[in-house]
Design a protein around this ligand. Structure first.
Ligand code: 13P
Ligand code: SF4
Length: 328
């Protein structure tokens, strides 16, 4: 059995290394009626064992409709928490409970509650990359897929606070012309790209298209050929006539891009230093071994109070309803 796993936040039981983890995970999934939902930023082997791989919107839609008894969420804490909020009667487990998010951490709910008091007549739209506590202070949740459409669906004179990502917020302001109040938060991965190195790379690869996630800074988005969610980026690259792409988002997405487009070349956008900083350190805490243990021992589990679930669920359901009406 694992030692001290709860204090460490992951199930570290020793593994028999002669096991083929891929087939063991398949067996456990069937035995337990479990489903593995994985974000594109997960390691390639986790993506290969997943039942569904997607962006934040797709993953919440899948969680909301699954008939599995157990959801193994291969992603970060706020994503697994969202699945638990949508499916309170199911067991939701996360391979490493410490897999957080710098963006969610940049907006503590108590500080946001104080901030919100200054704008009593504003509606709060929060990016899904936030804690359940922040969602209880939110009117509508959004993801990078539906943020622009959700803001556009509101009356033109509606006053809005957008939290927690200032870069996505600035992008929505530019696209919609709405004057929103922005919380000053950001993602450590999407702010690390070097515009100078990207421009140099573009001159070395003149046919390459720059694909960027809207969590990137405005100056980078300005020179991008396509801006969208991870699913949007993947679909754009698949449809594009171009043969080379510079990818300004977390590098895990390149696994699916390469699988769907064997003849095309995908270059991770360079960071402004020499580390592998376009790997999200939180996402990468999950490993195939931890995923196997988590499914075997059904630990660590996401546990939330009923009251928190009730309050956080409303803005998420509003997003899912609006997305369904918009055909997203
Ligand atoms: P999407 O999954 O909406 O593309 O967002 C990316 C992200 O940063 C998730 O943490
Ligand atoms: Fe959070 Fe950024 Fe990692 Fe996404 S990539 S989980 S926003 S830290």
């Amino acid at each position: 059995m694992g030692n001290d796993f709860l204090s460490k936040g992951f199930y570290d039981a020793p593994i028999d290394f002669s096991l083929d983890l891929f087939s063991e995970i398949e067996k456990l999934k069937k035995e337990k009626n479990a489903i593995i939902l994985a974000h594109y930023y997960q390691d390639a082997d986790i993506q290969d064992v997943a039942d569904y791989i997607g962006d934040s919107l797709g993953l919440s839609q899948q969680a909301a409709k699954t008939e599995a008894d157990i959801i193994v969420f291969a992603g970060v804490h706020f994503m697994a928490e969202t699945a638990k909020i949508l499916c309170p009667n199911k067991k939701v487990i996360l391979p490493d409970l410490r897999a957080g998010c710098s963006l969610a951490d940049s907006c503590p709910a108590d500080k946001f509650a104080e901030f919100k008091k200054q704008y009593p007549d504003h509606l709060v739209i929060s990016y899904i990359n936030c804690t359940a506590a922040l969602k209880t202070l939110t009117d509508i949740v959004c993801t990078s897929t539906n943020a622009v459409q959700i803001v556009e669906s509101l009356p033109k004179d509606q006053k809005i606070i957008f939290a927690p990502d200032k870069n996505l917020g600035a992008y929505i302001k530019k696209k919609t012309g709405r004057d929103m109040i922005l919380w000053d938060g950001a993602c450590m991965v999407h702010e690390i790209f070097s515009l100078e190195k990207i421009i140099k790379l573009k001159t070395q690869h003149p046919g390459a298209q720059l694909l960027a996630h809207p969590e990137c800074e405005a100056a980078l988005l300005e020179v991008a050929d396509y801006i969208g969610s991870t699913t949007g980026i993947l679909n754009f690259a698949t449809k594009s006539e171009a043969k080379e792409f510079i990818v300004a988002t977390e590098a895990g997405i390149i696994h699916q891009m390469q699988k769907n487009n064997p003849g095309k070349v995908f270059i991770p956008a360079p960071p402004n230093n020499s580390c592998a900083c376009n790997d999200c350190p939180h996402m990468k805490l999950n490993t195939l071994e931890k995923l196997y243990n988590c499914l075997k021992y059904e630990q660590p589990e996401i546990i939330l109070e009923a009251d928190l679930i009730e309050k956080a669920k409303k803005p998420i359901l509003r997003m899912l309803d609006l997305s369904a009406k918009m055909g997203l």
